[in-house]
Ligand binder design. Structure first.
Ligand SMILES: Nc1nc2c(ncn2[C@@H]2O[C@H](COP(=O)(O)OP(=O)(O)OP(=O)(O)O)[C@@H](O)[C@H]2O)c(=O)[nH]1
Ligand SMILES: [Zn+2]
Length: 356
């Protein structure tokens, strides 16, 4: 082992760079996240060449820009474009108030791997997927100090699941179950830690009552009425407490993987009349950006091979089954409706296939 950073470490750095507003180099092209770009950095970037703005096909649909590349559009940036113009393309907050951003011209042909990799990196940094990309040119020489990545390995890395290592565990008596342990797992790619709450001492050779719970700060901690997460979390822990055993994975995939800031952007769009799926799409995300392979990996690390899964989401069942965990039973987890969450639950049933 040398001190040279591995690919996982370099990707982790690149993510942090983008979140700070620092560009990165991808395959000799310079890529910067619009969300965190400052005016002086934009000026420095424009001095290096004529950039394009890479956005997802989802965002392009809303902006009525042609996406010639599968899943991706490269919008030509006019020479007089300023930060406000770029931000308006990246962020749908004002789409309804200022609807026409166009006409937008998009590139076709050519290598799109750097743009694709740049968008993947933005998503994995939980930033709006809108990346300013300056093509390689004699003007754009090596940029000392900027993190450098090759698009192929970066794309392959982003598609891979991070290796997860146990960090610490301790007894943690809970209201729902006194005999509980909290385990902390840390991924090797600098991403968020995930938790497992083990209730009782479930035998490893029988299907365990299990739940894969995605973090919801607003529902779990604040008691938000807009979703069913808080009541689901407590109902699952209570059921495990009553059964005397179970395992609840608390996965830090806030907002179905888009992060809390983007979830609040999505809520703002929902207040403008869009449903939970449409709001994600307008932001440029898929409706669900979570990687459930993490759940399967953690269950395996804890020694479980079969679960009775508490969920209404058939995708969770399919993903576990597809990654080596037998789901012997799906245990529905239905909680009370109120006037704030009923539309959300209807959308999950109609568009996301939830069995509610
Ligand atoms: N993007 C987005 N995320 C949301 C919204 N409402 C809730 N969430 C997130 O959705 C996730 C819900 O997770 P879960 O309850 O584990 O999953 P689920 O797909 O609903 O499936 P089950 O609850 O198992 O049936 C959490 O990460 C929440 O933060 C929303 O309107 N937009
Ligand atoms: Zn929630």
């Amino acid at each position: 082992m040398t001190l040279i950073p591995t690919l996982a470490e370099t990707v982790s750095r690149a993510r942090a760079d983008l979140r700070m507003g620092l560009p990165v180099m991808i395959g000799g092209q310079l890529a910067a996240a619009v969300e965190t770009l400052s005016q002086p950095r934009l000026q420095a970037i424009l001095a290096l060449g004529q950039p394009v703005l890479a956005i997802t096909e989802r965002r392009a649909e809303t902006l009525k820009a042609r996406a010639y590349d599968d899943g991706l559009a490269r919008v030509q940036v006019p020479p007089d474009a300023d930060l406000r113009w770029l931000r308006a393309l990246a962020d749908p907050a004002d789409d309804l108030r200022v609807p026409m951003k166009g006409p937008l011209f998009t590139a076709r042909d050519g290598d799109t791997a750097p743009h694709r990799a740049a968008l993947g990196l933005a998503k994995s940094a939980q930033l709006l997927p809108a990346m300013l990309v300056v093509p390689a040119s004699p003007q754009l020489g090596p940029q000392p100090g900027l993190t450098e990545l090759a698009p192929g390995p970066l794309l392959a890395h982003l598609a891979q699941e991070a290796a997860m290592a146990p960090v610490a565990a301790a007894r943690l008596p809970l209201l729902a179950a006194e005999n509980s342990r909290l385990h902390i797992f840390r991924p090797d790619d600098g991403g968020a830690e995930h938790y497992a709450i083990e209730i009782g001492d479930p035998p490893r050779d029988a299907p365990v009552l299990a739940r894969l719970h995605s973090a919801c700060f607003t529902g779990d901690v604040l008691g938000s009425l807009k979703c069913d997460c808080g009541p689901q979390l407590h109902a699952a822990l209570n059921a495990m407490g009553q059964a005397g055993q179970g395992v609840l994975l608390y996965l830090n995939q806030e907002g179905r993987g888009i992060g809390l800031a983007n979830k609040m952007r999505a809520y703002d769009l929902q207040n403008q009349g869009f449903d939970t799926v449409e709001a994600n799409h307008r932001l440029g995300f898929e409706d669900d950006e979570r990687d459930f392979r993490i759940g399967a990996a953690l269950l395996k690390r804890l020694g479980f091979g079969a679960v009775r899964l508490m969920t209404n989401n058939p995708r969770k069942v399919a993903m576990l089954e597809g990654h080596g965990i037998a789901v012997t039973q799906r245990v529905p987890l239905i909680t009370a409706r109120n006037r704030h969450n009923t539309g959300y639950l209807d959308t999950k049933a109609e568009k996301s296939g939830h069995l509610l």
